[in-house]
Structure formats: C-alpha cells, structure tokens
Design a protein around this ligand. Structure first.
Ligand code: NAI
Ligand code: AKG
Length: 488
C-alpha cells in the first residue's frame, strides 16, 4: 500500500497520486483512548489543494461518465474485494482513531464492503423510463445523468461507512469525487481511498484532501466546479454548507442531527426494551445521529424499566476499545467530551436527577483518554436542554408519560426528526406511532440506531435537507433527470 509512505505520514490523493499539501502543514490524528498514541500525521491542506483536486475531478469526469455502468461497477467490486482483504487493518485503524470498539469497527467495515457491492450492482440497473407521448410518432423517455464533480464532506463517527455510502453511489452514477474527511478519522478514510487506488480506478475519479472544515470543507462547498455537495455532521455546519451551495446553484444534501426518542409502552417486553435502549444509547459511546437520547416511559412500567436499565448500565465495561472485554470506548475527541460534560452539568442545573454516571474517568487506565461513565437522568421534562439538544454522547434522559398520546406529543416536541422507536406488543399502538411520529426512520420493537444499506436513510424537520441517502434513494441526489422527446 502506498498510502503510509514514511513515519506514519499520510498524503492527499489527487489525480491518482499521493501528494503533500501545498503549504507543507500537517495535523495529528490521535487515539482518544490514549492520546499519546499518534495514529498518523495528515496533511493540513488549504484551498490551493482543494482547487487542484477539483480540477483533477473535472478533467476526469467525461471519460468516467462515458463508461457503462457495468464498467464502473467493476472498479467498485474490485475495491470491495481489496477492502475485504484489508478489513482487520482498516477496522483497527477506525477503532484507534475514533474510539468505537473493534467489533463495531469490523461491523462497520463489513457494511462498507457490502455498500460497495450493492452500488456496483446498481451499474447494471435502469437509468430511466419510457413515457408515452401524446404525439403518436414521437419517442419520449427519461435518463438519469451524473451531476459532474461531487464534493463529499464526512464526519468522524462512521469513518468507513459514511464516506463509502456517499462515494459509491456518486461513482456508480458517473460522477467524479473529491472527499474531505473529518481530521479525527482522516487516516481511516485514506486507507479506504487506497482501496480504490489499488482497484485501479482512473486518475482523478476519486480524490481526497484532508484539513480543517472551515477552510478545506468550505472551499469544497463554494467551488464553482463542484456540482453537488453531500454532507453529514452538525446542524450548524450543515446550514453553512447548504447556504453556500444554494447561493451558487449547486445541488446539496445534508444529513445532520437527531434527538431520537424511544417510547416504552406499558405492555412492552421490558427486557427487550432495556437491551435495545442500552445498545441504541451507549454503543459507539452515544455518538450516532440515530442514537437513543430520550426514553419516554409510560407510568405503569416506569419504575420497573428504570431499575432494569440501571442494573444493566452498571455492568457496562469502559476502556480501550481495542481490548476484548471493553463494551464502551472513549469519546472521540476533547471537544466532544467537554460538550458532553457541559450538558450533564446543564441537566443537573435544570433540575433533572442524575441517577447514574456522567462523570469523567481520568485515573489509572483512563488517564490519557477521553472516558466518561454513561449517564442516566431521571425526572426529565421535555423543555430541558438535555431533552431538546443533540448531546452526541452516552446520556439518556428518562421522561414519564401518563398516556401514549402524551408520550407521542413529547416524542415530537423537538426540532429534529431522524429516528424513533416504540416498544409495545399492541398492533393498534404500533400503528398510531407509525402514523403520528415525526421521523424519517421508524422502528418498532427495535433500537433507534442501525440502518440497512438497501433502504432509504434520512430525517424530517431539521435532521436533514429532506433528501434520502442509501439504497435506490441515493439515485435522486447523485443524478439529474433528462427528459428526452424524439421525433423522427
Ligand atoms: N449527524 C452526524 O452523524 C454527526 C453529527 N455531529 C454533531 O456535530 C457536533 C460537532 O461535531 P463536529 O465534528 O464539530 O461536526 P462538524 O459538522 O463541524 O464536522 C463534520 C464535517 O464537516 C467539516 N466542516 C466543519 N466546518 C465546516 C465548514 N464551515 N464548511 C465545510 N465543512 C466543514 C468537518 O471538518 C467535518 O469533516 C457533534 O457534537 C454532533 O452533535 C458530528 C458528527 C456526525
Ligand atoms: O445508525 C446507524 O447505523 C447510522 C448512523 C449515522 O448515520 C450517523 O450517526 O451519522
């Protein structure tokens, strides 16, 4: 592999070559479980590097577009095979950079491989429809064509799957790509990019530039030759990117925050509900946009549910996520840790009862990492900041409701609408929930997190720009429709 050339230094990938940033600057990517462990040095690029990458993608786009979908698919199949051979190496790197446990990182890498294969197959599927014209001698049809150059701005929480679920559909539908990954997980992303290189993807079709969001990411969003921009991350950044793209008439897609509710009805199987809430809220240390953060429990089962939840949360093992006996790793970076701790303070000040955890772990084996004990708040009311704002950490807000109607009202009482779950055995309650809940992903008797690559993914309200990623839905964003009328 040519990516790790010297002394854990990783380069930008522009026009088929690994190159230094024009400025010569570099940034460290650190292991959040032990910040003495430097995973790699990545390029601190500037707008000149973005411009070079976009130019390369622009030059490559015609030759890539005129290949057949099947031909483009072959590169994706090959990249998937290479990634499969390198699964352990890539997953271990993701764990070291981001802090999720090794089984989670392996699962995510396997998901990335499956996404590549799914979209490789898309290259053989239809790209349009024949539509009967009112003129009997005319032939009318639609065809989906690529946007051109697509900019990808990705976060650190799914360092393998998110870059792939954006790049694979962009590529199969004939676009060329420039990706700017989050610095926290840039090394993992560059390893994924090197799988495309090893697969022989033509120069300029895939480019990667690392560096700060406020300069490198912003330049990608504002570059006149970037025809579409796809982003996952915070609402604040998403809005800046959306406005920038809109101003210059580029297509954009934003996947942003969540404040996902789980309703536990009084006929729920509490063992299943507790297990799902723990997994949804604390896996990946709560750093998923689909993570469970508000648990709205009907009065009749509130105390029993709370007891079981407390009991099982106490059993969670915390530590270096590369270790086998660890269930929950660190928070991904210092800013996230501080943000999470400040919400825990805010929750206490607002009058919620912190009944478990919430403290930073900093002694002994935790000394050099960003560890926190998972937190459970009792007596939370819907107006509190911990019930309204995305924390992106292992924090559960327990909220009591007298009726299912009240639970639904509370569930919908936020600006977000990504995912939502209910635990009940009553079909009528399931149907009311499905009907009334304001969310893009609705789960019944299953945790709020976890998505399937072949199904549409995205939210309502302020969780997304209302388009959908993944599955067939990705075609909507990564292509434009041409309506063709032919009269002989
Ligand atoms: N929806 C999700 O999956 C994610 C949500 N978040 C939310 O965002 C909060 C802050 O995390 P951050 O890493 O700071 O998220 P962020 O939204 O600032 O970063 C995401 C990506 O956008 C880039 N970026 C930052 N500023 C930019 C700009 N002005 N123009 C273009 N690109 C820019 C970053 O470099 C990174 O690649 C978290 O606490 C969480 O609430 C963070 C990561 C993923
Ligand atoms: O729940 C999942 O598997 C996906 C979550 C996600 O896309 C995110 O956190 O950005």
């Amino acid at each position: 592999m040519s990516v790790a050339a010297e002394n854990k230094t990783y380069f930008n990938f522009i026009n088929g070559r690994w190159v230094k940033a024009e400025s010569g600057g570099m940034e460290q990517s650190l292991n959040p479980a032990d910040t003495r462990d430097i995973v790699g040095l990545v390029q601190k690029s500037s707008i000149e590097d973005v411009d070079l990458a976009v130019e390369a993608a622009k030059q490559a786009k015609k030759a890539w577009r005129i290949l057949s979908g099947a031909e483009r698919g072959q590169f994706l199949y090959k990249a998937a095979d290479i990634m499969e051979q390198r699964l352990d190496e890539i997953a271990e790197c993701a764990t070291r950079e981001m802090g999720k446990t090794l089984p989670e990182a392996k699962g995510e890498t396997a998901r990335g491989i499956a996404i590549l294969r799914y979209y490789a197959g898309e290259g053989m599927r239809k790209t349009g429809d024949v539509i009967p014209s009112t003129d009997p001698s005319a032939f009318m049809y639609t065809d989906r064509v690529p946007l051109g150059v697509v900019g990808v701005i990705s976060p650190w929480n799914f360092p393998v799957a998110i870059p792939i679920w954006k790049m694979a559909p962009a590529l199969i539908y004939g676009n060329t790509v420039v990706i700017k990954p989050a610095t926290e997980t840039a090394v993992t992303c560059l390893k994924v990019i090197s799988c495309f290189e090893e697969a022989g993807i033509p120069s300029g079709v895939v480019n990667a530039v690392t560096g700060p969001g406020s300069s490198v990411g912003q330049r990608l969003a504002e570059h006149p030759d970037v025809n579409g921009i796809t982003f996952t991350g915070s609402n604040q950044t998403g809005k800046i990117i959306g406005r920038t793209a809109f101003e210059r008439g580029a297509k954009y897609q934003l996947e942003m925050g969540g404040k996902n509710p789980v309703i536990v009805a009084d006929d729920a199987d509490l063992d299943i509900a507790v297990e799902a809430v723990i997994s949804g809220a604390f896996r990946s240390t709560g750093q998923k946009c689909t993570a469970t953060s508000r648990v709205i429990v009907l009065n009749g089962v509130y105390d029993r549910f709370k007891e079981k939840l407390l009991q099982q949360t106490k059993e969670i093992t915390i530590g270096d996520s590369l270790k086998e006996d660890v269930w929950m790793g660190p928070i991904a970076n210092k800013q996230q840790l501080d943000n999470c701790l400040s919400y825990i303070e805010k929750g206490k000040q607002e009058g919620a009862d912190l009944i478990f955890g919430g403290e930073r772990l900093a002694d002994g084996k935790y000394e050099n990492g960003y560890f926190i004990r998972p937190a459970i708040f009792d007596n939370v009311t819907s107006g509190m900041a911990i019930a309204q704002e995305e924390i992106f950490g292992p924090v559960i807000a327990l909220i009591k409701a007298d009726t299912l109607e009240e639970a639904l009202e509370t569930a919908n009482d936020v600006k977000f609408g990504l995912s939502a779950s209910i635990f009940t055995q009553n079909i009528g309650r399931m149907l009311s929930f499905i009907d009334e809940i304001e969310a893009g992903l609705i789960r019944v008797n299953a945790e709020s997190a976890g998505v399937e690559l072949q199904a549409p993914f995205g939210g309502v309200k302020q969780s997304s720009s209302h388009s959908r990623e993944q599955g067939e839905a990705a075609k909507e964003f990564f292509t434009a429709v041409k309506t063709v009328f032919v009269k002989p």
